[in-house]
Design a protein around this ligand. Sequence first.
Ligand SMILES: Nc1ncnc2c1ncn2[C@@H]1O[C@H](COP(=O)(O)OP(=O)(O)OP(=O)(O)O)[C@@H](O)[C@H]1O
Length: 359
Amino acid sequence: MITGTGVVKTFKQRGKMLGAREVRALRGVDFAIPKGGAASFIGESGCGKTTLGRIIAGLEDYDEGEILIDGVSMSPLTPKQRHPHFRKIQMIHQDPYSALNPTRTIHQTLYAPLSLRARQTGRPGSWIDERAAEVLSLVGLDPGTVLSRYPHQLSGGMRQRVVIARALTVDPEMLVADEAVSMIDVSLRLGILALLKDLRERLGVSVLFITHDVATARYVGDDGELYVIYRGQVVERGPVDTVIADPVHPYTQSLLSAIPVLHGLEEPGEQPVTPLESLDESQSDEGCLFARRCPFRGERCTTERPLLHVFSPRENTNRHSTIGLEADEVGLRTEGVPQEHACFYPARRNVIARPMSEV
Ligand SMILES: Nc1ncnc2c1ncn2[C@@H]1O[C@H](COP(=O)(O)OP(=O)(O)OP(=O)(O)O)[C@@H](O)[C@H]1O
């Protein structure tokens, strides 16, 4: 189980034209991904999905907030002390070609982490080749064919399978798949998604899916939570199907209106939102960050941040009763937000972002 509370990350960027500037990549994000469970992060490019995924995988440090892995807080630990905890979480990047060393055969690629693992766990040298064959079989590759090959001798889909096999060498509890199929031939994508789904079922690994595409999030993590991220804030969170069927936040509605088949919308929307580029970075964290783009904003939206966490009926009903809801109401109401706030409880509307070319 990995949980995060109030995770903040700011990058300092330097450019010849702009000088130094700060980018608030994450502005206080909460998340919880249970053991064996699934979660998906969606949002526009630059919203902070990858940064959050990298922090969860221990590849990036965070500035503020708290991350617990199996109940252990990472904040007071040194990088060396954090390492065995973050080792349980392995990241699958979008480009399988650059993730693999082109000068190494697949055998050599798998040998390095497996020999380390053998030393750590006191296993004999013979275990290394056995396990290499085992992890390749787990990802649907024939060890006899693949082990002696170089990455360029494999298809994109096979390369991504090798990357997943390499992640499995350390017996991870969670895979963070960052746009893991976006650079793979369309015909091979479903195979990789099916593999991730299969690994969840067979090995009990949890999968965090980072994607632009809600359909893939729904396919791999259909029993998990969908996090909709906007400019470093989670604007809405809940069971994948609930959020897709009944998006509460106008930004989620805007995002989903691009896929009317999933969203169930027949008519195009009439409320264009302001494009992202016209907003400046110095905007304060107060209120809902989407307010300036939102056609439904009210005064309150600029001072209060909505907490749109829709609980799953599978979750503890006590949590619902603490916010005054009956379990069967779940999915229609949200936590901590007074109902009279019409903007935070918009009727289901069609919100279509105006194309950049028309702005
Ligand atoms: N190492 C870095 N140094 C400086 N700025 C960074 C760095 N990594 C990310 N950023 C900035 O942080 C913000 C969030 O980036 P991030 O890559 O997390 O977004 P994203 O939602 O994953 O986007 P995409 O879908 O395009 O990958 C962006 O403005 C990005 O330019």
